[in-house]
Each structure stands twice: as C-alpha cells, then as structure tokens.
Design a binder for this molecule. Structure first.
Ligand SMILES: [Zn+2]
Ligand SMILES: [Zn+2]
Ligand SMILES: [Zn+2]
Ligand SMILES: [Zn+2]
Length: 330
C-alpha cells in the first residue's frame, strides 16, 4: 500500500524500544508520512519533552515511527504484532497510513499464526480448537464430489479461506476469538464441519460412495455406519490386509477376517501372516472394500481375482472371530 510515495506493509514483529531522540534522529527530524520537518529551527526539538500541542511528533504504534499532526490524527487500531505475540487487543494510536492499511487487511487471511508465534495455540485454547476443526474440514473436503461444494463456499462467504488447510487468519478472526463466550468463529466452523460430515456420511449418495463397511462384517456394532477415509482417528486398521474397523469393533475382534491376529498382547503367528499376505484372503478384502462393485477405497489396489477356496490356508477360521458372537449366526 502506498500513499504519498510512502509504502506500508504487514508488520508482525514487535519493534525494539527506541527513545524519542533516537527516532527523531533516525527520521532526520522529519514526519515519516509527509517528510515535513517537525521544527525548522531545531531549538524546539531540544525542548521537546516540555512541548505540547501543535508541532509535537505523534508516535504510530504500528510502524514505530513519528508523524506530524496531519499524518497522524490520533486514530486507533488493534496491532497485529501485539495480538500475535501478546494476545493483546488494545486499541493503539496509529498514523493515518497505518490506520487505512490495517482497515484494508482487516478481513484478509494474512496472519500466519504458526510462523509468527506457534506458542499462541497452546495459550489460546479457542484458537487451537478452531484450527482443529479447520483441519477436519480440509480432510473431508476432497470427498465432496457433488455440487454441495458450492453451497459450502457460499455459506462461508468471505471466510472461504477456512476451507484451506493452513493457519492463516484475518485480524477480525483473532479479534472475534478474543471475545471468549461471545465469539462466533468456533460455532461457525463447527457448523460447516458437521454439515460436510453429515452430507458425506448420511445425505449424499454420490459422496457416500467413498465409504467402506467395517471389516468386522456381521460382528460390527453399527453396520449402517460406513467408514470414511477422513476418519483415520476414529478407526483401526488391520496391519496385514489394511481392512478398516470401527474402534469398538476392532477391540472385540481377536482376528481380522484375513486371519491376522489383531491383539497386540497375543503374538501374531508368522505362518498365518505369511499365508494371509500371499494367499487367498485377497478376495475377502475385495468384498470388504469393493462391495462387489469395485468402487470402494482399496478395490483398485487388488486384482479382482476370487479365490477358489478361501479357507484353504485358514484352518477354517478366517471369517469372524469374536468372543461374544454366537457362531451359529455367522
Ligand atoms: Zn506529516
Ligand atoms: Zn455430495
Ligand atoms: Zn464396526
Ligand atoms: Zn486383515
């Protein structure tokens, strides 16, 4: 941004303290805005500490420079550097140039919190929370494959940048978060996140297609809830065949349908592992992920070969091994 040939840019570091004399000398006793001399006779400068009113240089907290009373009319603004370093939302006195610059970037996602002060996340739980929800949103977003995407964009309005996986915030976002219980941002991102989740997992046949059934099959606690690739934190995975399970279902299983031992406290049998890696359980994986149509998560990774006799290497126990499940119903 440029006014009167002076440029101004984003400042996110707090400037070291300088005395008035040091600043005047650095600026050659000129206003940093219009370059007018503060006092032509210089005698007044020497008596500056006692001088009030007209002619007194005014300090801009944003640029850290002195301005004349035309270029600095005692307007105030929240200073990004003080927010990012001290979570300080005090209105400081700034020059006209700084004021109009800060107004112009108020809604722009220009403040990268992690780059300036990564410790801010641990000091401000609301900021960490919003960041977590943003990450969730950006993990789900690639799986929205229908026109719903446009309505998400619309819903966020000028805060579309919340759909990107980074921690750039606008000054207004941080000001909003400073309001504690009155802050609207956490509710806003949570609403967007749960709308996207509901859309993919429950409402849309197109987007839902990326979900796969739980690997526990008939033993699954909640067979109607498919497992989605962005739910990595809520699932367990068979180390051998990569089948995915609801956490609860996984805990109840002793063996994966592929034969792999799933209990960490029971050492896996290498022979079984070898047979499951090399052998015929691939068809089971296809069933789990492809739902027969080849549209599932991993279906592309496995050849569509059905084993002639899936139980050949399995001692007949490769279907479901679950302590509490009556074998008769399998
Ligand atoms: Zn001036
Ligand atoms: Zn959809
Ligand atoms: Zn399950
Ligand atoms: Zn497995």
């Amino acid at each position: 941004m440029s006014t009167l040939g002076k440029t101004i840019s984003l400042i996110v570091e707090i400037r070291p303290y300088k005395s008035l004399k040091q600043m005047l000398e650095a600026q050659h006793y000129m206003c940093a805005g219009c370059h007018k001399h503060f006092d032509d006779g210089k005698t007044l400068i020497r008596d500056f500490a006692q001088t009030f009113g007209w002619g007194k240089p005014r300090f801009c907290e944003y640029t850290g420079q002195l301005f004349c009373s035309s270029c600095h009319t005692n307007e105030t603004a929240v200073i990004p550097a003080r927010v990012l370093h001290n979570w300080d939302f005090t209105q400081y006195s700034v020059s006209q140039l700084a004021k109009s610059y800060l107004d112009s970037i108020h809604d722009q996602p220009m403040l990268c919190v992690s780059a300036v002060n990564p410790f801010l996340f641990s000091k401000v739980p609301a900021l960490l929370h919003v960041m977590g929800v943003r990450k969730k949103i950006s993990a789900m977003l690639p799986y929205v494959r229908c026109p719903f995407r446009r309505s998400i964009n619309k819903g966020l309005g000028s805060r579309k940048y919340f759909l990107e996986s980074n921690d750039f915030f606008a000054l207004r976002d941080l000001i909003d978060l400073s309001k504690g219980a009155f802050s609207v941002l956490p509710v806003m991102v949570e609403t967007v996140s749960s709308k996207i989740l509901g859309h993919i997992t429950e409402q849309c046949l197109i987007c839902c297609d990326v979900g796969v059934p739980c690997g526990a099959r008939q033993a699954c606690n909640d067979p109607s809830s498919l497992i989605f690739p962005f739910q990595e934190d809520e699932i367990e995975r068979c180390p051998s065949c990569e089948s995915v399970f609801h956490k609860l279902c996984f805990r109840k299983l002793t063996n994966c349908p592929c034969g792999e031992h799933l209990r960490a406290d029971e050492p896996a049998e290498l022979v079984k592992r070898a047979s499951s890696v090399l052998g015929l359980e691939v068809s089971g994986v296809l069933d789990l992920f492809g739902r027969g149509s080849g549209s599932g998560l991993l279906s592309g990774l496995f050849p569509k070969v059905k084993a002639e006799n899936p139980r050949e290497h399995k001692d007949g126990d490769n279907v479901i091994l679950m302590d509490s499940f009556p074998p008769a119903s399998l």
